[in-house]
Design a protein around this ligand. Structure first.
Ligand code: SF4
Length: 1011
């Protein structure tokens, strides 16, 4: 059959062929045959789908012809139209035309919407300034232009089908065309991507001699052409010309961009022979691409497609192998990414499939690409994502740079999430600990100034006012200082958008850092390479933006790029890379093939996604209306399902030997219905096989080695020995942290030093020594809301001490500061405010009924204890909330607790904090306020419980207890433990809320740190 196409010499011909039937090969061979038969290459025109499709075709034809002389013209439709218009401009001695890119067109629409007075219907008014509306309006105008509808006709259709938004859009279209024409006064005529095709057709219709007609015209992917492109094709190659079209109605996937697959049915009559009879058609019957199993699965999906496509029965030759078609359902997105990575590694390491012969295809770049990319990179799979496969805004290196510039130009844009994301970006370089330290220090400074502002607000303020960070010299302040410095740079930078970008980027120092990493053996080399590619694409875009819109500011550019969710066409060169797996979308995979293809994230609701696109402006309904059909919701959903199925079919058809489909099956998402149509049993995978990676192998071997009675121990030891000799990280026992000698086994306090014990420390150390030591050295969390509420109530109680009306003083104090608390949500704020007010009332009531005399509030004390270790002295110091004196002259210490649940009466008797206060009284800690050293007991007051009054827990005076020395012994014992060199982890019910459990060997989560 291929020979018949190659031999075809005269008139039109339509070639049908499913995936892998050799359409492109036949096209290339037919072109070669014409050239070899003497046709001048420049008299042959080949039209491919889009710039990438045309580029691939050009490459294949050039390789096949192996010639360096005159070349066959290979174009996309817009490029052909552009060439026609340029020729027309040349003839008129006019400046060359300009093609508006999507982003530029969006900007024009946005500006026009802001200034224009089109009477939009109420239903769309709230959406006018949104990105989605602009995209939908642009799509509607494109569909209208492709279908040759004038503004008046669009308005008429709006009236006829009761779509007031079309009537308004028609008015907007007229204005838009005027503005486009006006912008052309200062340079070449400007065209958008839809208008350019119609304009070229118009020129050719006016002057058929404008271009020399090619002798032969070949068109690839005919099924995705739109009516405007067909009209241009008719003018270039019609009237019985030698036009050979190749297509597959089952692979039509660009309906959302105006493609109309009906051409595969109507070609014969639209392009008749010179004799006026319908063009002949041929079908390629054999799939040369796929092995039996993937072919069967793909063909099964095709049988569900509508229409009697004549090539559906195509077969695979007997000599191809069986191959693999597999469906895997995973419990989560993370499992899915890991499973894909493991499958690819297995195929590469065990079956020898080159990385470049594998691809992972997803439907939407924003939904699954980032997670899968992370999973693959993490597992050491080399990945390639072309810069034009993802929107630039999805690249963190780009998005964060633009955010820094935006925030520099307008500091009001900085909020807490933005500040945190910038600190942790490559520009800041902070880790979780650095952020925590920064927050703690900012809070500490605020508290010093009597401010209750939360750390989030303080963080934002620090970035807005970099001078606030000036006083810090420690490492944990560097990330914030870097970000604030870059924002300052953006504020002060002058020049074009490109030059401002450059100034901030070069100040960041990332260019050198990434360049070094990209050429290193670091496993992050490929990611660094991708980042540099993305930055090149950004600068390329900025240069073009500056050329086209010299008056637009950097803020406009930043907002513009950040709003892009689809990739923009970029001319930026990409770094050449070695072997890598291709990660791309099903649409971008068109025309490609790989030995192993994974189609990932095939979820019901997403693939197919049956939510009508452009529902606000009804671009798809307009296509029906323009064709004379009544736009019908049911029909539209059915068409959407059909298009989604075709896209899935096209994605599966990219696999030569192995096809793996993955989906997530959990409570929220279910595998797509398409999986049931493939005739392949789904495997529900809950346990992932062991990863085939060196780190995983080393981990397994170490596990065997560490079990004394493991029969595999000797073999594992030998294997580890070999790996260690090869320098594999983690194989050498010298690297095992658990086996390393302690770096320092000295006691925490040495002779001559003093250990400081605070009453609250005693309780914490008594509960868990490890937690105490880690928290003491930076392992605490930033102040939470309950802690800040506690601070506020304590401060109010202090303010009320000695006041004439303590209740009123507390109320006023709290009311003034409530607004500074970091409430989570308005409803929660109301609830928390009620609780704080209730605490104030209950504490006031308790105060009123308290018959002891207040001596001091927030009284500080320090007393010396006997030597706790040879040469190590100790002191007990702290602050008591209230120091009171009873009628007998004895001192009584009050500690206020804002927890909701009080300790039990039993626990109160042995409460170490209260005992320490009593001990301090007996040691003469409060002689500044009283001569007495007699303790009358100590109390915990809980105003925050659900009871109507404050709960009070009283610890009797120490001399009254059975063992009057127990408190002294307890404090001495704790002080001794604080001087030790080892600290015990003790499991208690408080482990659940422990801030340092990631470092704790018995919590399970920290075992990897210590083993
Ligand atoms: S998790 Fe429990 S045992 Fe471990 S450090 Fe925290 S409190 Fe101690």
């Amino acid at each position: 059959m291929q020979q018949r196409i190659v031999d075809h010499r005269a008139g039109p011909l339509l070639v049908h062929g499913g995936p892998g039937t050799g359409k492109t090969t036949a096209l290339v061979e037919a072109v070669a045959a014409r050239v070899e038969a003497g046709t001048a290459p420049h008299r042959i025109l080949v039209l491919g789908f889009g710039r990438r499709g045309a580029s691939r075709l050009r490459h294949r034809i050039t390789s096949r012809l192996n010639r360096t002389g005159a070349e066959v013209s290979v174009h996309s439709f817009p490029a052909l139209a552009f060439a026609v218009l340029r020729l027309a401009a040349l003839r008129r001695d006019a400046p060359p035309p300009r093609l508006l890119k999507g982003p530029e067109q969006d900007l024009m629409i946005r500006e026009l919407l802001a200034s224009d007075e089109v009477p939009w219907p109420d239903s769309v008014k709230p959406a006018l300034s949104t990105r989605a509306f602009i995209e939908q309006l642009r799509d509607l105008m494109h569909r209208a232009t492709e279908r040759g509808l004038s503004a008046r006709q669009l308005s008429d259709l709006g009236v006829r089908f009761d779509r007031p938004e079309w009537v308004a859009a028609a008015k907007f279209l007229s204005r838009y065309v005027d503005v486009l024409a006006m912008s052309s006064l200062t340079g070449g005529t400007a065209y958008d991507s839809a208008e350019i095709i119609r304009a070229a057709s118009h020129e050719l219709a006016e002057d058929p001699q404008l271009i020399r007609r090619p002798e032969f015209v070949f068109v690839d992917e005919l099924q995705d052409t739109d009516p405007a492109q067909l009209e241009l094709l008719r003018l270039v190659a019609g009237d019985g010309g030698n036009l050979i079209g190749f297509g597959d109605a089952d692979s039509a996937t660009y309906g959302f961009r105006g493609g109309d697959a009906t051409i595969m049915r109507e070609f014969a009559s639209l392009f008749p022979t010179a004799a006026g009879v319908p063009a002949p058609e041929v079908t390629l019957p054999v799939c040369h691409r796929s092995a039996h199993a993937p072919h069967r699965a793909t063909a099964a999906v095709a049988t569900r497609l509508r229409g009697g496509t004549r090539h559906r029965g195509h077969r695979t030759p007997d000599e191809v192998g069986e191959g693999v078609a597999r469906i895997a359902v995973l419990p989560s997105g993370t499992h899915q990414a890991t499973f894909i990575a493991q499958s690819l590694r297995r195929a590469h390491l065990i079956d020898g499939v080159p990385w470049s012969q594998m691809a992972v295809l997803v439907k939407s770049p924003s939904e699954h690409l980032p997670q899968i990319e992370r999973g693959l990179r993490h597992a050491g799979v080399p990945v390639r994502i072309a810069a034009d496969d993802t929107a630039l805004s999805a690249k963190p290196i780009v998005a964060r740079l633009l955010t820094i510039i935006q925030c520099g130009l307008d500091p009001e844009l900085i909020d807490e999430p933005t500040a945190v994301s910038l600190l942790h970006s490559p520009y800041g370089g902070a880790d979780a600990l650095t952020e925590r330290r920064l927050r703690q220090e900012l809070r500490r400074r605020a508290m010093r100034d009597d401010s209750f502002r939360n750390s989030g607000e303080l963080l934002v303020e620090a970035l807005r006012r970099p001078e606030l960070l000036g006083e810090f010299e420690e490492d944990w302040a560097r990330p914030a200082q870097r970000i604030a410095g870059l924002m300052e740079r953006a504020r002060q930078a002058t020049g074009t958008v490109e030059s401002i970008l450059w100034q901030v980027w070069s100040d960041s120092g990332l260019s050198e850092q990434l360049s070094r990493r990209a050429v290193s053996t670091d496993r992050r080399a490929a990611a660094a390479d991708d980042d540099l590619d993305a930055m090149m694409a950004l600068f390329d875009w900025a240069a073009e933006f500056t050329d086209r819109l010299p008056g637009a500011g950097c803020d406009v550019f930043c907002a513009h790029v950040l709003e892009q969710v689809l990739p923009a066409d970029s001319l930026a060169q990409q770094a050449l890379r070695g072997e890598a797996v291709r990660l791309t979308t099903a649409h971008q995979a068109k025309g490609r093939e790989w030995e192993l293809v994974v189609v990932a994230g095939v979820q019901e609701g997403r693939w197919p996604n049956l939510r009508p696109r452009g529902s606000l402006m009804g671009a798809e309904q307009l296509v029906d209306a323009a064709a004379g059909h009544s736009p019908d919701q049911l029909n539209m959903i059915s068409s959407l399902l059909e298009e989604e199925r075709r896209l899935f079919h096209a994605a599966c058809g990219r696999a030569r030997d192995r096809l793996l489909i993955t989906a997530i099956g959990d409570d929220d998402s279910q595998p797509s219905r398409f999986l049931d149509e493939m005739g392949v049993d789904s495997e529900v995978i809950t346990t992932l096989p062991a990863p085939l990676s060196l780190p995983a192998l080393v981990a397994r071997l170490r596990d065997h080695v560490c079990r004394a009675d493991d029969p595999k121990r000797p073999a594992a030891l030998a294997a580890l020995h070999r790996l260690a000799a090869e320098g594999v990280p983690g194989a050498d026992p010298g690297d095992w942290w658990g086996l390393r000698a302690l770096s320092d086994d000295r006691a925490l306090h040495l002779p001559g030093e003093r250990v400081r014990v605070s009453p609250s420390t005693i309780e914490r150390l008594d509960q868990c020594g490890l937690r105490w030591i880690l928290e003491r050295h930076g392992g605490t969390e930033t102040a939470s809301l309950p802690q800040q509420v506690g601070n506020l109530v304590h401060a109010a109680a202090e303010a009320a001490a000695g006041a004439d009306d303590p209740g009123e003083t507390m109320r006023t104090f709290v009311d003034r500061r409530l607004g500074l608390l970091p409430f989570e949500a308005p409803w929660k704020a109301a609830q928390d405010t009620r609780r704080i007010s209730a605490m104030v009332e209950k504490f006031s009531t308790w105060l009123a009924g308290n018959d002891r005399t207040l001596l001091a509030a927030e009284a500080q004390f320090t007393v010396t204890l006997p030597e706790v270790a040879p040469g190590v002295s100790a002191e007990l110091s702290g602050i008591v909330d209230r120091l009171e004196q009873d009628r007998a002259g004895r001192l009584h210490v009050i500690d206020i607790k804002t927890a909701k649940t009080p300790v039990s009466l039993d626990e109160t008797r042995q409460h170490p904090q209260l005992a320490a206060y009593q001990l301090a009284v007996e040691a003469g800690a409060f002689t500044e306020w009283s001569d007495s050293t007699e303790t009358g007991g100590a109390s915990l007051v809980y105003p925050g419980t659900s009871a109507n009054s404050a709960a009070v827990r009283v610890q009797p005076a120490l001399p009254e207890s059975a063992d009057p020395d127990w408190a002294k012994n307890k404090v001495t014992e704790v002080a001794q433990r604080m001087t030790g060199s080892t600290f015990l982890a003790v499991h208690t019910k408080k482990c659940d809320t422990c801030a340092v459990k990631q470092c704790c060997p018995i919590s399970g989560r920290g075992r990897s740190v210590t083993d």
